[in-house]
Design a binder for this molecule. Sequence first.
Ligand SMILES: *[C@@H]1O[C@H](CO)[C@@H](O)[C@H](O)[C@H]1NC(C)=O
Ligand SMILES: *[C@@H]1O[C@H](CO)[C@@H](O)[C@H](O)[C@H]1NC(C)=O
Ligand SMILES: *[C@@H]1O[C@H](CO)[C@@H](O)[C@H](O)[C@H]1NC(C)=O
Ligand SMILES: *[C@@H]1O[C@H](CO)[C@@H](O)[C@H](O)[C@H]1NC(C)=O
Length: 282
Amino acid sequence: MKYFFYIVLLTLSSQCRAENNCNNVSNKNINHVKETLAENFTMPYHLTVDPNTGTLFFSYSTGNVEEPFHSVYLNLKSKEQGIIAGINGGFCHAVDVKNGVVYLGGGDGIYQFDYKTKSAHFLNITENSIWQMFFKDGLYYTVYPKEGAYLYKNGVVKKLKQVENSNTLLIAVDNNHNIYVANSSGLFVNDKENKITHIGDYVINGFTADRNGNLYFSSPSQIYSIVDKTTVKKIENKIEGKTVVEISPDSLYGVAVDMDGNFIYATEDSVIRLKPDGNDCP
Ligand SMILES: *[C@@H]1O[C@H](CO)[C@@H](O)[C@H](O)[C@H]1NC(C)=O
Ligand SMILES: *[C@@H]1O[C@H](CO)[C@@H](O)[C@H](O)[C@H]1NC(C)=O
Ligand SMILES: *[C@@H]1O[C@H](CO)[C@@H](O)[C@H](O)[C@H]1NC(C)=O
Ligand SMILES: *[C@@H]1O[C@H](CO)[C@@H](O)[C@H](O)[C@H]1NC(C)=O
């Protein structure tokens, strides 16, 4: 029985090896190992990677009513990390990769991260409380508690007319300029013809894009990839034979993809990276 088991395992692992593409984050045949990047941060939220510098940004709940959130930077190579100073209630993050600008959203507007001083300076774009941001051809952002969506581009702020009559909590834009929005009714897409389609009743807590602009989102119980305007697919990367969801049921708080295509996700109090197992991907 024991030998039979080993033979099955060997056969399976050689099959996997043959099919492997270790640079493909969606390849569920690769086993992954967990790397804890940060721990003891309550409800890490709005994970964003700056691929230019290999830095992860996320926020967490402080438990303090005066300043309920702080933003954190974490260098993925050196692991140097710290709370970002100079911002009131740092909460969400977005990166203009081409121009090397990291935007930080807080309780009273939008700031820019300064890598030298590890602090934020106010950009005076808006004085609203920022809920989420996404950079594409400009800086898309949503405000709270009004749930409105805006685009900041060429120094000008405009209300996003595509979704101006509905509540928008989270926003993302794909390579074909389709705009995805999430609110309490689920996930919607507004395409170039300005047609709004309901994709599904997902409870979304974060959107993210990989280096190639492919979109992903997380719900408390799953990570998904947006394949096209109407198709959403579950990500089922395995860690020691189990999926993220099986390991942390109903406790996902966000997702990002690092510069090498690895998923980074948040649980109740930790930020974890999934790396291909060295045995699968030498
Ligand atoms: C990545 O892997 C998935 C699942 O194995 C497969 O469906 C997809 O086509 C692959 N993508 C690329 C770009 O190779
Ligand atoms: C997190 O908290 C636990 C329990 O208090 C402690 O053992 C651990 O060292 C802490 N980890 C870090 C990185 O501070
Ligand atoms: C932001 O700009 C407005 C004018 O648009 C100005 O009244 C206000 O003082 C500015 N705030 C800061 C902090 O510079
Ligand atoms: C959510 O957004 C969609 C698309 O913009 C809209 O049709 C719907 O009415 C919104 N739901 C709420 C509760 O605002």
